[in-house]
Write a protein of this length. Structure first.
Length: 530
């Protein structure tokens, strides 16, 4: 029997970036906020001298326990979906801070083209440019409307950067860009030779000591090279535990409860009344009433809770009707690696967002009239820092073990450069999320099922970006280039990107979207989804 608790103004499910920002802003406004996090509490001191590759990188210390809750996957509806038993294509953060703890800190923002992709594509190229099974739509919001909130975020996070030639000229960051190393300077010059427009990758790793508008003081980055998959031992990398959550706690209006697995959103069909959750340590079940419910637990859990709680109409790929689970996608990450015989770099040092980027082929910044895809992608060359276990790169043809493997990986450990794209895998009719009819989690709820494969648009864009990455390496003088420009079927086994999107799309009307441009669920005015 679930214990009914005292009502609160706002209950927030998931305490990552979205949940932390919601808690901070709502509690500063005087609302009583309760944050529920299924994992444990975390803070900067937990990561002191935390450069343990086995613990964090290989055993996934900061990630969700897949033996208790995972996802199932298939490429198309005719296949049997199977559970993801070990981490591969993406990582699911767990605990206070969520994925905001283990990110790299790269702070690229959505383009105006992203928000108005359907109308802008039709306006410039006509409807025939959009493939028949591509389900792109406008978001019901513009970059200009979001700009004040973008500015507020970069001030809060202390983003370090410089003007991007393709974005608003008046844009400025509160901190100067991170260091330009000899390696990154070489890549800047290589891009410039090709007529590209390099700029420092905008970074939420601080380039200097910084005090944000909320009075939060953080130290500058030490360039230790342990960012993605790791928490920052210095607090230099912006994450919810060193920025927004402490601000919420200082108001006296915020309470955090950990080991709280939310099972269901409670409602009467018109308004949400709270959530039902389980204390995973004691096994006790609770009902938490609230005037407002915010789901900010990443797209898989958000979609799962919406479907299991029977809120909104589930998406049906056969008819195209319904919205919950629609438009699942991921990032395309075409890489190219260059090896140099005449240059050696200090790659043992770096930072997650230390790099140089190019937006020349992003969004619709270039003419797509004569290419067989729409949208584009950011191109970056990073210096994240090589780690003793994780980094053993060598040219194709090198044996995978033994004397020659050791010789080549040692030789090239500081002689390689990565250039990669981040392309948009645009929504497709048969890429979606739903509840798996067979597999359940440790709490008796159905697992979320991913049905996803690459489209022709994805493959053509991937090929295009991979070759542009290789061109930059050629201009830099690489003696040997490995370019991976072919994209087969999506495979959930190898790591690819943590930028999962969709499931609960934003839009201009409830027939094509789950939330409006305030992230407010169309079917339930006091339910918000981030």
């Amino acid at each position: 029997m679930a214990v009914k608790l005292a009502k609160t103004d706002v209950v927030v499910v998931g305490m990552g970036w979205a949940g932390g920002i919601t808690a901070s802003e709502a509690s500063k406004a005087g609302l009583k906020v309760l944050g529920l996090e299924r994992g444990k509490n975390r803070q900067t001191s937990d990561f002191a001298m935390g450069h343990d590759e086995l613990r964090f990188e290989h055993r996934k210390e900061l990630m969700q326990d897949l033996s208790k809750e995972t996802v199932t996957f298939r490429n198309n509806p005719s296949m049997q979906a199977l559970p993801m038993r070990k981490y591969g294509a993406f990582h699911l953060g767990d605990g206070v801070g969520g994925a905001g703890l283990h990110w790299n800190g790269c702070t690229h923002l959505f383009l105006d083209y992203d928000f108005q992709i359907y109308s802008k594509t039709v306006e410039r190229y006509g409807k025939k440019k959009i493939p028949s099974d591509m389900t792109i739509q406008n978001w019901g919001i513009t970059e200009a409307e979001l700009d004040p909130y973008y500015q507020k975020f970069v001030q809060m996070a202390g983003v370090s950067g410089e003007p991007n030639p393709f974005r608003q000229k008046e844009w400025s960051y509160p901190n100067p860009p991170m260091k330009t190393t000899p390696k990154l300077q070489m890549m800047r010059e290589a891009g410039s030779k090709l007529g590209l427009h390099p700029f420092a990758t905008p970074s939420s790793n601080l380039s200097q000591n910084y005090t944000n508008p909320d009075g939060v003081i953080r130290a500058g980055c030490q360039y230790c090279g342990y960012c993605e998959l790791y928490g920052c031992e210095y607090g230099a990398k912006a994450d919810p535990t060193v920025t927004v959550i402490p601000v919420a706690q200082q108001t006296g209006n915020f309470e955090l409860r950990v080991h709280a697995q939310v099972l269901e959103v409670l409602h009467d069909g018109k308004k949400a009344s709270g959530v039902r959750y389980l204390n995973t340590v004691t096994g006790e079940e609770y009902i938490q009433p609230a005037d407002m419910v915010v789901l900010s637990a990443y797209i898989f859990t958000n979609t799962k809770l919406m479907l299991f709680s029977k809120i909104g109409k589930p998406y049906d790929p056969k008819t195209g009707a319904g919205v919950v689970g629609k438009n699942y996608g991921d990032h395309l990450i075409p890489p190219a690696f260059g090896f140099f015989e005449d240059k050696e770099f200090n790659d043992y040092m770096g930072a997650g967002a230390l790099g140089v980027s190019f937006d020349d082929y992003n969004g619709d910044f270039f003419d797509h009239s004569n290419v067989n895809f729409i949208h584009g992608g950011l191109i970056s060359s990073p210096q994240t820092g090589n780690r003793p276990i994780a980094h053993n790169l060598a040219p194709l043809g090198t044996p995978g073990w033994g004397k020659e493997f050791k010789k080549q990986t040692i030789h090239y450990s500081n002689r390689s450069v990565l250039v990669f794209g981040q392309g948009a895998s645009l929504p497709h009719r048969f890429n979606y999320l739903d509840l798996d009819p067979v597999y359940k989690d440790a709490y008796g709820l159905p697992l979320i099922r991913i049905t996803y494969d690459y489209s022709d648009n994805d493959r053509n864009l991937y090929h295009f970006l991979a070759n542009k990455c290789a061109d930059i390496l050629k201009a830099a003088g690489a003696s040997n280039i490995m370019s991976f420009d072919q994209l087969g079927h999506f495979n959930i086994a190898p790591y690819q990107s943590d930028h999962n999107v969709g499931g609960t799309p934003m839009g201009e009307n409830p027939s094509v979207s789950v939330v409006n441009n305030f992230s407010q669920v169309w079917d339930m005015e006091n339910l918000f989804l981030f």
